[in-house]
Design a protein around this ligand. Structure first.
Ligand code: NDP
Ligand code: BG6
Length: 523
């Protein structure tokens, strides 16, 4: 590891950020990175688009600013629009959150940027891009990272042209892709075949940005680094597992895009299923990316395909008493086709047919236009057998809150302090905001893009994982679409359809409504 920027800056947060990546890199079959001063070129295809300006360029700038990238990293934008680097900079600027003291570094960052305009279906344009990339490093060994921030319609052509005309002649080439990875098992299989005809699996980095979130990454440590959880992490002790994603806003004018996919493809089949596989998998032989992903695939293979009866679907309607956007329902979004039955809320109950989990419902629940922003894992333990407390006990719950306000807490019973023998529900609470006051938690994309530089595929989706995910969801999705299953209306800003709570109750998830948390920060 000879990266100057790493060497110059080594605060604790930076070190913890990179530690796992580095370990994995050293073990990776792709070899170590950042050797000497080998130039790296990061090429964003679709540089004029929304994802590029809101996520990719800000992430590149933050990594550059924090000196986490290899020295001699250059950034190339490529898209059809004719633009200068200055115009690109203006487009992205508001999302880069530059502080006054960072101005100098910011100017330097943009000096490392270039923009090339070209079509995605033109071999000649990609050859010209290649010439520009070759020219930038003057025949030296240089590694290339292509980020495909492109719509699916041009994906196939662009990847063929990269393969035929734009691979690094000296050095490695890696391809980073974003969902949607197909629409169902068949289209995903076709995409995987297409990619594998062009690139080796170790060159392909499929992003699921939930794998870059602090608490999702913490699942492995919590589970396999603590003796207290291991022996109870199974069907004998755990009653049910609820994994939730909630957003307090609707489609915000992007309904046209959303309507093609729906909430199951948008969130459940990828983000929530990835969390499930980390919660439910067996302990891997090591932290090598392939050992981890082997276990994730294995647990997915034990999950039967979902049926409609396992699922509650919802679609939000406007709240007449609400304000602004809350008054509008999904169907009021002008970009949504009239009468669309696309779900904006879904709850599905998965079962895992293996020795550890048989009989434990894994409830995945996600929705837009709900009452709060929240992503969490809720592991609910069984009732204490042989109760001696007159039925006053409430179940233990281990809650891992992914966002906002990262926290791990365990709800448990305790004797009420003092001259009394009553009991109450309380918690062992690890709230990051108070325990790790000065820690800077990097954005998920920062970690993931750095992983690609490092060559660690631990936090990326392998093709066999993807195909298992589609196997589980495709029959359900096809049924919903061919039979035009009508979602249950729920009011913007509510907790979703009542039927979803009923389903949780049927699936051995108990809600008591009696737990009261006092935020220590407010006491
Ligand atoms: P609760 O038992 O109060 O609630 C559990 C969850 O049940 C709720 O989050 C809610 O989630 C769901 N729920 C609410 N109403 C119903 C209903 N009618 N039927 C079924 N489910 C229902 O415990 P929590 O663990 O949520 O804690 C309460 C509050 O304290 C939370 O805001 C939590 O974040 C906070 N807290 C924070 C800690 C920290 O920051 N470290 C530590 C401990 C607690 P949903 O609407 O998603 O279904
Ligand atoms: C994306 C979905 O993958 O994740 C969006 O397409 C969703 O619909 C987003 O809003 C949520 O990400 P985060 O990081 O804000 O929880």
């Amino acid at each position: 590891m000879t990266c100057r920027r790493f060497a110059e800056k080594s605060p604790d947060d930076c070190l913890s950020l990179i530690r796992m990546s580095l370990k994995a890199t050293q073990m990776s079959t792709t070899g170590t990175q950042f050797e000497g001063s080998v130039p790296h070129i990061f090429i964003t295809l679709g540089a004029s688009g929304d994802l590029a300006k809101k996520k990719i360029y800000p992430t590149l700038w933050w990594l550059y600013r924090d000196k986490l990238l290899p020295k001699n990293t250059l950034f190339y934008g490529y898209a059809r629009s004719k633009m200068t680097v200055e115009e690109l900079r203006d487009k992205c600027h508001q999302y880069l959150k530059v502080k006054p003291e960072e101005k100098e570094a910011y100017e330097e960052f943009w000096k490392c940027n270039q923009y090339v305009s070209g079509n995605y279906d033109s071999r000649r344009d990609f050859e010209l891009l290649n010439q520009a990339l070759e020219g930038a490093v003057r025949g030296q060994v240089a590694n290339r990272l292509f980020y495909l921030a492109l719509p699916p319609s041009v994906f196939d052509q662009a990847t063929v042209h990269i393969r035929n005309g734009c691979m690094a002649s000296k050095g490695w080439t890696r391809i980073i892709i974003e969902k949607p990875f197909g629409r169902d098992a068949a289209s995903s299989e076709a995409l995987s075949k297409h990619l594998s005809s062009l690139f080796k699996e170790e060159q392909v980095y499929r992003i699921d940005h939930y794998l870059g979130k602090e608490m999702v990454q913490n699942l492995m440590t919590l589970r396999f680094g603590n003796r207290i959880f291991g022996p109870t992490w199974n069907r004998d002790t755990i009653a049910s597992v609820l994994i939730s994603f909630k957003e307090p806003f609707g489609t915000q004018g992007r309904g046209g895009y959303f309507d093609e996919f729906g909430i199951i493809r948008d969130v459940m089949q990828n983000h929530l299923l990835q969390i499930l596989s980390l919660v439910a998998m067996e302990k891997p032989a090591s932290i090598h990316p392939d050992d981890i992903r082997d276990e994730k695939v294995k647990v997915l293979r034990s999950i039967p395909p979902l049926a409609l009866g396992d699922t509650v679907l919802g679609q939000y309607v406007g709240d007449p008493a609400g304000e602004g956007e809350a008054r509008l329902g999904y169907l009021d979004d002008e970009t949504v086709p009239r009468g669309s039955s696309t779900p904006t809320f879904a709850l599905s109950v998965l079962s895992i047919k293996n020795e550890r989990w048989d009989g434990v419902p894994f409830i995945l629940r996600c929705g837009k236009a709900l009452n709060e922003r929240k992503a969490e894992v809720r592991i609910q333990y069984r009732d204490v057998p042989g109760d001696i407390f007159n039925g006053d006990l409430k179940r233990n719950e281990l809650v891992i809150r992914v966002q906002p306000g990262e926290a791990v807490y365990i709800k448990l019973m305790t004797k009420t302090p003092g001259m009394t023998f009553t009991m109450e529900e309380t918690e062992l609470d690890l709230t990051y905001g108070s325990r790790y006051k000065d820690a800077k938690l990097p954005d998920a994309y920062e970690r993931l893009l750095l992983d690609v530089f490092c060559g660690s595929q631990m936090n990326f989706v392998r093709s066999d994982e993807l195909s298992e995910a589609w196997r589980i969801f495709t029959p359900l999705l096809h049924k919903i679409e061919t039979e035009k299953i009508q979602p249950i209306p729920y009011v913007y800003g509510s907790r979703g359809p009542q039927e979803a709570d009923e389903k949780c109750a049927q699936c051995n998830f108990k809600y008591y409504g009696s737990y009261k948390w006092k935020n220590p920060a407010e006491m």
